[in-house]
Ligand binder design. Sequence first.
Ligand code: ZN
Length: 183
Amino acid sequence: MDKAKIEAGVKLILEGIGEDVGREGLLDTPARIARMYEETCAGNSEDAGVHLKKTFSVENSGMVVEKDIVFYSTCEHHMMPFYGKAHIAYIPDGKVVGISKLARTVEVYAKRLQIQERMTGQIADAIMEHLSPKGVMVMLEAEHMCMTMRGVKKPGSKTVTLASRGVFEEDGALKEQFFHMID
Ligand code: ZN
């Protein structure tokens, strides 16, 4: 990541909104924001496969559900936070991963400039690719600061997105079971 570029850019934004970039409170702001992006956009240089490649064998496992995985991401349209919970279900076909790896996978895709719809699909696709399960279902519910702090200003409103792959695509009963389990 080019921190010097971020710092120069933040300085321009501060000047653009009419701030005095030399005043005490703002002196370190460009450098601080550059360090912040290093963390909040760290997923750009990460691959979910790193977390999902260590699998364990299981036989005849039913649905595995990991719910209420808290995430923080940044919307690519306004570069403001959106945050909420991810719920993931998959039906193993012989392979499972450690539960914390699903949360790690969510992190990889959250720590980039994102739109919620794409992030939902990326998580589902990564699990399909690395675990080859019978099916995956991912649901994200999030509050977008660009909707609650500015624009239409609807605090508390949530955007819900869903991605289904494999058996979840055709089987309505499985979907129902998923919604029951995350309720
Ligand atoms: Zn936005």
